[in-house]
Design a protein around this ligand. Structure first.
Ligand SMILES: NC(=O)NCCC[C@H](N)C(=O)O
Length: 258
């Protein structure tokens, strides 16, 4: 049967040194960050996800943002090549974890760069943000890896935020949600619902009507409740100070048959 496994990675003790690109740096409370991460993992587990901890990468400040290191399509794990050089050592442990789970492993190679936060899958459509972290060669390599497996890869310009999924994700019915002031080209998405908060664009589909969301997007949570969804809210303030969001703290392995 389809898997409900999700990769997570414990925050590095050097989390406070994580990268910031589009926002002002703020101090991080390391203990609170660990508490928030544990609550996030508990929320996944409470909704039936079997969480698998990738070995920690304590020397890599941004390693908790495990989503950026690998992109899953069916049983294939495409190991990213982060555009941020300080993040390149994060991929080895993730490669080991996905290989250990029986995934087929493929890689983004130099000169390609690609981070998982730039990849949004909706059914067999794979949107990929071409922005600060993912280059044209990365997009080509993603196409070459996934189109033979049945994916349709759609490239999306991203200039106002860190990753495509910093401003756009999707609801369970495939409706794309986004925060228009942070999007380059909202018209690329056929069925699109604007949301009032940037953090409201980040949802992790927990199953059924349940959407894991950040506490920093109360108006969007209200909008989703009104549409018949059930927001499951977690506070991830310490990760948001590093441009992180609920989506980047895990990788769900939905199509892995084990
Ligand atoms: N997928 C994501 O949204 N990842 C967040 C990464 C944040 C980290 N501080 C970075 O700049 O790489």
């Amino acid at each position: 049967m389809p898997s409900k496994k999700a990769l997570v990675r414990r925050p590095s003790p050097r989390l406070a040194e994580g990268l910031v690109t589009h926002i002002e740096r703020e101090g991080i409370d390391a203990d609170l960050a660990v508490e928030q991460w544990e609550a996030y993992v508990t929320a996944l587990r409470a909704h039936g996800w079997d969480t698998i901890e990738v070995d920690p990468a304590d020397d890599c400040p941004d390693s908790v943002f495990v989503e950026d290191t690998v992109v899953m399509y069916r049983n294939v794990a495409l190991i990213a090549r982060p555009g941020a050089e300080s993040r390149r050592d994060e991929t080895a442990g993730v490669e080991e974890a996905v290989a250990g789970l029986g995934c087929s492993v493929n890689w983004i190679w130099e000169p390609g760069t690609l981070e998982g936060g730039d990849v949004l899958k909706i059914g067999d459509t794979v949107y990929v943000g071409r922005g600060g972290r993912t280059n044209a060669a990365g997009v080509q390599q993603l196409r070459a890896a996934f189109e033979p497996l049945g994916a349709r890869v759609v490239a999306v310009p991203v200039s106002k935020v860190l990753h495509l999924k910093s401003a756009v994700t999707a609801l369970p019915d495939g409706t794309v949600i986004g925060h228009i002031p942070k999007m380059d080209t909202p018209s690329l998405f056929a069925r699109f619902l604007p949301v009032p908060e940037e953090a409201g664009t980040h949802v992790v589909l927990l199953g059924g009507d349940k959407l894991l969301m950040a506490a920093s997007a109360p108006k969007t949570a209200e909008l989703f409740s009104d549409l018949g969804y059930e927001p499951v809210v977690v506070d991830i303030s310490e990760f948001e100070k590093l441009e992180g969001c609920v989506t980047c703290l895990s990788v769900r392995l939905r199509d892995l048959y084990v």
